[in-house]
Design a protein around this ligand. Structure first.
Ligand SMILES: Cc1cc2nc3c(=O)[nH]c(=O)nc-3n(C[C@H](O)[C@H](O)[C@H](O)COP(=O)(O)OP(=O)(O)OC[C@H]3O[C@@H](n4cnc5c(N)ncnc54)[C@H](O)[C@@H]3O)c2cc1C
Length: 290
């Protein structure tokens, strides 16, 4: 199918974006890389009167350290993250997750902000943002709001973002050198959305994990953490018994939902497999920074 006819605007700054949004209201749709939106237009799931292209808006670009956070402009592409030495050094979880996002041609166009705004429960960035205690910077006519990832994702493809707001960036706190990271997912084919995946971070001392963060993709109708399972693992020396307790807790805690190909029970089982792998990665000596 072909997209319905639409007008097109290419504003050169955020003020122009807000003027267009005010003028056209919910008839306007923001266009980032088009890697989700184009498909929904072609399938006529969405029929906006005008696309407001964000490509030429300088305020939405830039990937840099700002004080004690990594600042990721909304229009930073998946490829920029993949190729960034800054990300490899300071945010290895993002570097580990990015190859799982589709294929390079899609990563060249798709953006961090677009992925966060869309809030796909099986997408990698929303889950990483949760695991890393990230914050979404949303700007609208009333000014800028800082929304913790924990509060941003509210349901299936739904977020805290208001109709008149634009995501300008996300910020992720930099952590100490003791922090270790693991990302893993199961997909039917490489590049497909995850069936189930996990992003895990913790301070690792020997085989003990502290300040554990466990966030899931693909498991439920939104990206979410499993805080009771985190608590089981917190500050305890890793052992077969502790792992069994964590797996049991995860099974009870994670509200897995069936999709077209996998039952809730299968997802629950696969989440356990992912947890075991992530803990193994974290407690391997090479996972622990010096
Ligand atoms: C074949 C294929 C496979 C894919 N596989 C994966 C995968 O495995 N994992 C994964 O995570 N993604 C996958 N994607 C999606 C891809 O990662 C997209 O880049 C991502 O969904 C965001 O798209 P985009 O940045 O191009 O935004 P667009 O498609 O342009 O926009 C997406 C939505 O976000 C809104 N939006 C965009 N930017 C902003 C902003 N700054 N503020 C507010 N709203 C905004 C738009 O209005 C629209 O509603 C896949 C895509 C394709 C085509």
């Amino acid at each position: 199918m072909k997209a319905p006819a639409f007008a097109y605007a290419r504003p050169r700054n955020l003020n122009e974006v807000f003027s267009l949004m005010a003028e056209h209201g919910d008839n306007a749709k923001l266009l980032a890389g088009g890697q989700t939106l184009n498909a929904t237009l072609n399938m006529r799931l969405s029929e906006p009167g005008i696309l407001v292209d964000l490509q030429a808006v300088p305020e939405l670009k830039g990937l840099h350290i700002k004080g004690d956070v990594l600042h990721i402009g909304a229009m930073v592409t998946h490829t920029e993250i993949e190729d960034s030495p800054l990300v490899a050094q300071h945010m290895p979880l993002l570097r580990a997750a990015v190859p799982h996002i589709a294929h390079r041609a899609i990563r060249n166009l798709g953006t961090f902000g677009g992925s966060i705004a869309y809030g796909d429960p099986a997408a990698e960035w929303p889950t990483c943002l949760l695991a890393l205690d990230g914050v979404v910077l949303a700007r609208g006519p009333q000014g800028e709001r800082r929304i913790p990832a924990q509060d941003f994702f509210t349901g299936l493809y739904s977020t805290e973002l208001q109709e008149d707001e634009v995501i300008v960036a996300c910020e992720i706190p930099l952590k100490s050198g003791k922090r270790a990271f693991a990302f893993d997912e199961l997909a039917r084919r490489h590049g497909d959305y995850a069936v189930v995946g996990v992003a895990m971070t913790a301070d690792v001392q020997g085989n003990t994990l502290r300040d554990v963060r466990l966030a899931w993709l693909g498991a439920a109708c939104q990206p979410l953490r499993s805080q009771r399972t985190e608590a089981v693992l917190e500050g305890q020396a890793m052992s077969e018994g502790l792992l069994a307790q964590a797996l049991q807790c995860l099974k009870q805690e994670l509200p897995t939902e069936a999709d077209l190909t996998h039952s809730a029970a299968t997802k629950s089982h696969l989440a356990g497999v992912m947890l075991k792998r992530a803990i193994k990665t974290l407690t391997q000596p090479q996972a622990n920074p010096a």
